[in-house]
Write a protein that binds this ligand. Structure first.
Ligand code: ATP
Length: 234
């Protein structure tokens, strides 16, 4: 579904990605883990068309999107949930969700997906008319995920959904990610929480200072001594 080939990204003289190659197969959950500054966010921004690539290619559903504009990438069904939530404050929960559907014209489909979001995140249904700024951190994360779902993604890119959340909420968010996947959406998950990210992943990659240094099934990486030492505190 998604094919990244030998991707290089520079910020001035800093090379943040040094030839990354990775694939996301349709229907799967793929996790990309790595420490602070490894290049995880750069990778997501490169895929969603927000940062310029120095070289390499990105294909989505067989089409080259290396130079495609972010808006057109979203329209193709590749949708990002940004790090730090970035919900629209000063707007209600409902209005935030509708912003997610901004590029869609299928009114019936939008209503159907709104209903599905409220089923998936009942708390958002309770808070539908509340200013998004007044939501807790966990609720804001849920809103950011629901807003992305309103864009009807085929592939959902999640940037550190566990960041700043209490362990119990992290568990809840991850089980919702699995449910979204079971409902047919492919997931690319970027995480520092290696344990959770690997435990739900069909396939996973370890990124270190701009290079993929390890790949395998989630289970393989959970059992890898190198991963345990570097990312699982063992
Ligand atoms: P974190 O988990 O801390 O967010 P990350 O793995 O997402 O880290 P990136 O944010 O992709 O890492 O950063 C990769 C490297 O590129 C880092 O060394 C960072 O300092 C650098 N970098 C990121 N954005 C910029 C920028 N706009 N200008 C210059 N350097 C940048």
């Amino acid at each position: 579904m998604l094919e990244v080939q030998d991707l290089h990204v520079h910020y001035g003289v800093i090379e943040a990605l040094k030839g990354v190659t990775m694939q996301v197969e349709q229907g799967k959950i793929v996790s990309l883990i790595g420490a602070n500054g490894a290049g995880k966010t750069t990778m997501l921004h490169a895929i969603s068309g927000i940062v310029k690539k120095s070289s390499g290619t990105i294909q989505f559903l067989g089409e080259d999107i290396t130079k495609t504009k972010p808006k057109n990438i979203v329209e193709k069904g590749l949708v990002q949930v940004p790090e730090g939530r970035r919900i629209f404050t000063g707007m209600t929960v409902y209005e935030n969700l509708m912003m997610g559907a901004f590029l869609r014209k299928d009114k019936d489909g939008i209503q159907k997906d709104l209903k599905r979001c409220y089923e998936l995140f009942p708390i958002l249904n309770e808070r539908t008319s509340q200013d998004a700024a007044t939501l807790s951190g966990g609720e804001q994360q849920m809103l950011a995920m629901a807003r992305a779902l309103m864009a009807k993604p085929k592939l959902l890119l999640l940037d550190e959904p566990s960041m700043g959340l209490a362990p119990i909420l992290v568990k809840e968010i991850f089980s919702i990610i699995e449910e979204i996947n079971r409902n047919g959406t492919t997931i690319l998950l970027i995480e520092q929480n290696a344990k959770m990210a690997l435990s739900i992943a069909d396939k996973a990659y370890v990124l270190e200072t701009g290079n993929i240094v390890l790949e395998g099934t989630g289970k393989e990486l959970l059992n890898s001594p190198n991963v345990q030492k570097a990312y699982l505190g063992g």
